[in-house]
Structures are given as structure tokens and as C-alpha cells.
Design a protein around this ligand. Structure first.
Ligand code: FES
Ligand SMILES: [Fe+2]
Length: 378
């Protein structure tokens, strides 16, 4: 259903806005957020081809741990097999196409809920009741197709695209930029998924700027957020980022005394990494949290939300207590972001005027608009 009547192609509108000089940049036009047709193109041009982050590897620690998702219309599962390898495979039975697993959890075998065909964790068909009389049935030919799945610095990425560029190659620049954080050794403490009533890019946009901190987050972190300390350097082809300096008294967000790899002001530095299309990481020397976004509809986003601590903080009971407090704070901050981003989506449905100019603190948003425009050309 088209939510807005528009005679101009949203991709054309975007192109005319996105490539203005940064000094006179405008926010993306309404239609790229509200049009079903534009979303369909984002799904086929971006989400069907790119990597999608499904969380941290230590969120699926044991053989049989799995999570299921719908990626660009395809039911898939990510599961740890008997050998401890994470793999992604098609979550559809080879018999008459029932979906196999639902949600997330742990299982010894993958049993089809329709007629009971049973698969091993590696996707090979283990058994199928009363199939002995059909001459064309060959159990060995009935494995679940395997999809791309990679681990990178503790993250788990999946893709439907067999020719997708390896994650580590695509993100070399991030790896070198934050090598002293040793992101691979951070431990996850929570993970959940939920949906909000906004466009996925509204939430991505929200993450990409710290301009909204003093006002949207006035009741929580607004007072301690100094936008003067925000740096928005030019980004790269695969991601944009900005940085903040954190105060010493916010224990978990500055480097632990045992941390010897972070030097000087980097011990107080927070990175906000926005990896295209929809993988958003806040990385501090002490903790991290992340969002991975999948569009369910123009005005509906599915959110994979998790976080945890760096290795120096994990073992101390004191830090666990601080982290519990942080978790409560993150939930409150999240609720504020929900309010702000759902209000923006409601506003984007207005027909009376268009989005306005960007602040210099919204450089990442400017770059994101150019990325979207390149991926969904007019
Ligand atoms: S559809 Fe799976 S066993 Fe029949
Ligand atoms: Fe926010």
C-alpha cells in the first residue's frame, strides 16, 4: 500500500537532495521513508545483497542454539552445529516447504512440525517417516541449502548473496581504526528483538547524530552530553561514524585500569559506528550496545538490540552492578528514542512541508543519504 501519493519517483527526489554540498545539505525527502515501492527497492537492492548482523557469536554459545529471521522475504536460520560452527541455512523443509524453526532457542535436531522430516544441525536430512516406497527419494540429496555466514570481531553476519564481499575485507578500515579497543573480546550480556512504529532509516538517522541528545534525552543522558565534544569526521564507503568523549565518573564508559591497549584520550573515547545499511554500534572502552535494523514495512522496523562489556570489566562483581544500572539506563534512553523516532515517522506523513536543513552534527546522515541514493538509483 502506498502511504503517500507522490507523482515523483522517491529515488529521483532523493538524488536531487543527497548530492548537494554538505554546507547546504538537507535531510532525505519524506517519500524515501514512507513509500512502499521505495522500500521494495531497498529490500531487493540492499537487504537481499548485503550482510545483515544478527548479533554476537557468544549470544549463540552452544551446539543447537539458533535464531530465525526473515531476510528479504526468505526464512532463514542461524544455528551452531555439532562441531561448534555457526552456519546459516534455509529455514524451510525439503518436503512440502513448511517453515521449520520459529523464534530462537536451542534444539538437538531440526524437526519439521508438519510431517516430521528431521534434520541434523548441519542441515543434512537424518530421517523421514514412511518415505521408503518413493524411488526418487534420496535422503542425501535433501539437505537444507547453506547460506553465507561469517564471524567478524565477535559479530555474526549473514547474507543471501553468494558473491558478497567478505566482511573483514569490507570493514578493514573499521578494524584498523578501533584495533586498540579489541572489540572481538567484548562479552554480550543481553540481547532481545522488538518492533517500533517507524521507518528503519529514521532510527538509523537517529543513531547517526548526537545532536538530539540534550533534548530528546533531557530526562536521562541529555544533561551529561556535551555536543561540543562531538566529532563527525568524513566517513567511508561502507560506514560512517562519529565520536564522543566520556567523563571519568561514568565508570563503565572509560577504560578499566587493567586496559593497557588504549592510550591517552582514547581511554575516554566513544565510537558511534553506523555500518551500512543498518548495523549500529556504540563502542566505549568499557561497554558496548548495538542495534541491527530490518524493515518490516515503511512504518515498522524490527530491531535486534544487544550489549555487554569489555573483557576487563566482565569478571568484577562491582562492574556487573554498574552494568545492571547501565542496562536500566539504556532501556530508558531507548524508550526516549522510540518516542522521538515514532514521532518523526508520524510527522513524515504530513503533506504540508518537507524536511529541512542539516546541522554540521548531522554529517553522518548526509553520507547515509548518499549511500541510500547510490544503492537505490533513480
Ligand atoms: S513439510 Fe516438512 S515434513 Fe512435510
Ligand atoms: Fe538517542
Amino acid at each position: 500500500m502506498e502511504l503517500m501519493e507522490t507523482s515523483v519517483d522517491p529515488a529521483e527526489e532523493l538524488e536531487s537532495v543527497a548530492f548537494q554540498p554538505f554546507e547546504s545539505a538537507y535531510a532525505m525527502p519524506k517519500s524515501v521513508y514512507t513509500s512502499q515501492d521505495f522500500l521494495d527497492r531497498e529490500i531487493s537492492n540492499i537487504f537481499a545483497k548485503e550482510w545483515f548482523c544478527v548479533g554476537r557469536s557468544d549470544g549463540l554459545p552452544n551446539p543447537g542454539d539458533y535464531i530465525t529471521l526473515n531476510l528479504a522475504g526468505q526464512p532463514i536460520m542461524v544455528i551452531r552445529d555439532q562441531n561448534g560452527q555457526l552456519r546459516s541455512q534455509v529455514n524451510v523443509c525439503r518436503h512440502r516447504m513448511s517453515k521449520l524453526l520459529e523464534g530462537s532457542g536451542n534444539t538437538k535436531r531440526i524437526v519439521c512440525p508438519y510431517h516430521g522430516w528431521t534434520y541434523n544441525l548441519d542441515g543434512s536430512l537424518r530421517g523421514a517417516p514412511t518415505m521408503t516406497r518413493n524411488k526418487s527419494f534420496d535422503r542425501k540429496q535433501m539437505s537444507l541449502p547453506r547460506l553465507k555466514c561469517e564471524e567478524w570481531l565477535g559479530w555474526v553476519l549473514v547474507s543471501l548473496n553468494p558473491d558478497v564481499e567478505p566482511v573483514s575485507k569490507k570493514l578493514t578500515k573499521i578494524e584498523s581504526m578501533i584495533s586498540d579497543f579489541d572489540m572481538g573480546s567484548y562479552k554480550q550480556a543481553f540481547f532481545e528483538t522488538f518492533e517500533w512504529n517507524t521507518n528503519w532509516k529514521v532510527l538509523a538517522d537517529n543513531f547517526m547524530e548526537s545532536y538530539h541528545l540534550p533534548v530528546c534525552h533531557a530526562a536521562t543522558i541529555g544533561g551529561v552530553s556535551r555536543v561540543d565534544d562531538v566529532e563527525c569526521p568524513e566517513g567511508f564507503e561502507a560506514f560512517n561514524y562519529h565520536t564522543l568523549q566520556k567523563e571519568e565518573d561514568f565508570t563503565l564508559s572509560v577504560a578499566h585500569p587493567d586496559n593497557t591497549s588504549l592510550q591517552g584520550e582514547r581511554r575516554y573515547m566513544t565510537y558511534l559506528l553506523a555500518i551500512y545499511p543498518s548495523w549500529l554500534i556504540t563502542l566505549t572502552p568499557g561497554y558496548f550496545w548495538y542495534l541491527s535494523l530490518y524493515p518490516e514495512a515503511p512504518g515498522r522496523v524490527r530491531i535486534y538490540f544487544g550489549g555487554g562489556m569489555s573483557k576487563e570489566f566482565v569478571s568484577s562483581p562491582e562492574s556487573q552492578k554498574h552494568f545492571e544500572e547501565l542496562r536500566v539506563l539504556l532501556d530508558e534512553v531507548n524508550e526516549e528514542d522510540r518516542g522521538c523516532t515514532e514521532r518523526v515517522y508520524a510527522g513524515l506523513l504530513s503533506k504540508f512541508h518537507d524536511p529541512g536543513p542539516l546541522s554540521h552534527l548531522e554529517r553522518p546522515n548526509y553520507e547515509f543519504a548518499q549511500y541510500i541514493s547510490k544503492m537505490v538509483p533513480a
